[in-house]
Design a protein around this ligand. Structure first.
Ligand code: UTP
Length: 290
């Protein structure tokens, strides 16, 4: 079945980037001139997704405003003959069919995905974490994963190698290589202790799931921190032999973390068509004094 639906969980509290995320959703923090969630929606659309459900919560309504018309602003831009900016602003209201549902309590990523049950129905669907921006060299990361789903017919997680020091913050994966960048995933452990680490491969920011996940999520108890972990439900699929990993080729930036935000700003800023060259000169100058 063709993958046309995506879910973007964006209901988290963003405690790692407080106080910036107190009133502004962390998914709306910008990389140069676009909020993180716009990069994510553009990635999904570039991969052929036509319908997106964003999981929101109290205080996240700026996300809805961003993908809506802004009549006063649009009129002003037209009156001032700023056609390019007008086109940019208007296009966001038509980028694809975007719907919203509220996660009424912050019960974890697994619970956020479960909130998409009626939107998804029986179709396969992509999950793009709302604070993980992936800048691709060419093909969108979720497009690489959709291609693997179409070839193997199994659920897919987007994976990258991380340092062994870092892996304890992520989900370590048991993998067997199938072909270049494609792996069979037979096990996973969320936030492993150093003794539990299976490999340096971790799930970073993307998955492609089938609707069996909802029954599994309903049976998944909250973990130690009281949240329902998506990986606890996905582990069952992995152990049943229904999970692949795609080592996607883009660069991933964690916009839920201060260093990630700075890395994204510097790297995307350097290749920005309008300010990239001035920014490069500025960085070279400042680097002399480091
Ligand atoms: P994170 O664990 O990175 O987000 O979840 P968080 O809970 O906001 O992080 P901190 O630790 O407080 O800083 C990954 C994605 O899942 C969403 C988040 O908004 C983020 O985009 N999420 C997380 C939900 O939608 N609901 C939740 O209950 C938890």
């Amino acid at each position: 079945m063709k993958v046309t639906k995506a879910v973007i969980p964006a209901a988290g509290l963003g405690t790692r980037v407080l106080p910036a995320s107190k009133a502004v959703p962390k998914e709306m923090l910008p990389i140069v001139d676009k909020p993180a969630i716009q990069y994510i929606v553009e990635e999904a659309v570039a991969a052929g997704i036509t319908d997106i459900l964003v999981i929101t919560s109290r205080g996240k309504s700026l996300i809805e405003d961003h993908f809506d018309h802004a009549p006063e602003l649009e009129q002003k831009l037209l009156a001032n003959e700023k056609q390019d900016l007008y086109d940019t602003v208007v296009s966001l209201a038509h980028i694809c069919n975007i719907q919203y549902v509220r996660q009424k309590e912050t019960k974890g990523l697994g619970h956020a995905v479960w909130c998409a049950k009626s939107f998804v129905g029986d179709e396969p669907f992509a999950v793009l974490y709302g604070d993980d921006v992936i800048i691709p060299p060419s093909r969108p990361a979720i497009g690489e994963m959709i291609a693997a789903y179409e070839e193997y017919g199994k659920c897919v997680v987007g994976i990258k190698r991380v340092s062994l020091k870092q892996i304890t913050k992520y989900c370590t994966l048991g993998v067997k290589k199938i072909s270049d960048h494609i792996y069979d995933v037979y096990d996973m452990i969320e936030k492993p202790t150093p003794d539990e680490v299976i490999s340096d491969f971790a799930i970073l920011g993307r998955c492609l799931l089938t609707s069996d996940i909802f029954d599994l999520l309903e049976k998944t108890p909250p973990s130690r921190n009281g949240e329902i972990q998506l990986t606890d439900a996905m582990r069952v699929l992995a152990r049943r032999g229904n999970m692949m990993g795609v080592e996607y080729s883009g660069t991933r930036y964690d916009m839920g973390n201060k260093l990630g935000i700075l890395q994204a700003t510097v790297e995307v800023g350097l290749s920005h068509p309008e300010i990239g060259s001035d920014f490069r000169d500025y960085l070279k100058e400042i680097a002399k004094s480091l």
